[in-house]
Design a protein around this ligand. Sequence first.
Ligand code: FBP
Length: 561
Amino acid sequence: MKKSPLQIARAWYMPKMPKVLQDSVVIREGEKTQSAANQAEIKKLFPNTYGMPLIYFEKAEHPVDYPQVNVGVILSGGQAPGGHNVIAGLYDGLKRLNSNSKLYGFIGGPSGLIEHKVKQLNKETIDEYRNTGGFDIIGSGRTKLEKEKDFDKGIEICKQLNINAIVIIGGDDSNTNACILAEYYKRKNCGIQVIGCPKTIDGDLKNEMIETSFGFDTACKVYSELIGNIQRDANSAKKYWHFIRLMGRSASHISLECALQTQPNVAIISEEVEAKNLTLEDIVENITKTIVARANAGLNFGTILIPEGLIEFVPAIKKLIAELNDLLAEKEDENGNKIINIEFAELATDDEKRDYVKAKLTDASREVFRSLPKGIARQLMLDRDPHGNVQVSLIETEKLLIEMVGKRLAQLKAEGTYKGKFSSIGHFFGYEGRCAIPSNFDADYTYSLGFTAALLIAAGKTGYMASVRNLTAPATDWVAGGVPITMLFNMERRNGELKPVIQKALADLNGAPFKFLEQYREQWANNELSYVYPGPIQYFGPAEVCDQPTRTLMLEKGKGI
Ligand code: FBP
């Protein structure tokens, strides 16, 4: 495979690790834990993995003998920079603890475990992928691990290969399922441990014990570089408004972080839209006001950041989407057979589909559906993801807003209250950042997570997530350990049923990152000198250029930016 000079140089990068992981360690148990909410229900559902203690590592006085183990690793869900380094850290950790240990990779995500698609990962393969972006070492997938018959298929392959532990690298849903799997295997006493690792560019898997998910840092830095470049272009040509939609599914962490890094003229935060009960028209009005104010100052250009989940947070559209999900999402009967809406599936044209849907919606949602441009209405009717949700990355909200803002400005022009010129360009940044070469932060963090997972396995733990904290300090001072996954659970309604799930962390409107945006956004809206141009991620150079964590993390930890 031909490699770029950066790839070749980067292969030699030695990820920085917490000091404690650099020596022999002993495992210490901390306080017993309880779930984030609904303690009694969750304890009942997880009798074997509930209430376990936090795990810490301490430097051992003498070398420690660790057992030989065989481990299988799974990459689950969307790509996030650093996945390969979790696997490299896991491999190096296992080998350092016992050189006879082996690592297997399940191919194509969780389905690899069920379908027995697996390959052994040796040193040469691992060396090829050190410090690289992507999940291509073994591939990823979105199959959900949640049925006992699938868990049993997993036992078969683990028995064949003598696999004692599975590491699942995934987001909130995948880690929830990792815990269900751990509980099942412990109940069956089949000797297979399960450990989770917090992954997702969306940044919504975080809490007291998990400061951030990996990949968020790199993805935000990539998008911020692009936004900065666009801002410089806008400020040079002075003729376009750029509507930039950013990935992140429901939560607006990516938009918020990119706003903190680049200081755009407008940054919409979905959680604020919901809290203030804003309509689509309100959002359009707010954007229009900024465009008019800048036009009055002779500035007919600017940048607007839009989180990809925005329309799901507009209460009326949220209701419409819930009705559409009920109507169109694939469901399962009690025997696990798939049920699809055949009537809808058999309709040939978009117009027939629109008419069918309109006839089934409540009056209020029908009105909202009617008011949407045809293209957006069609996107809302597309296939759901395996969790039954609208695939927000396919909905072109930036085009919707461009169209609505354009119409509003035309009205104001006709009334004589707007005299500017409005030319717009839409962008969507998502896939561009998911497989980027991990930043030093993500390369170090993921390698440490993988190493931590190896230690948790060696200590015989199951139902834990690898946790590395104190992330705003230099990597040597990071604190590694394990968090019982049940500690992160609460009960939520999913597909009509109450289920134990890891609480998704949406952007906190009382948190320091949003407060910072709130304090400065007016200034950023109107001042042509406030744009920041972060430039590309730097991999070699001084720590203040190369090793900085996200602004979000710094502000959350009470540090200045
Ligand atoms: P995960 O939650 O699995 O990490 O994926 C995140 C994400 O990148 C979202 O930001 C985005 O909405 C979605 O995946 C896109 O999914 P797909 O890769 O299936 O197009």
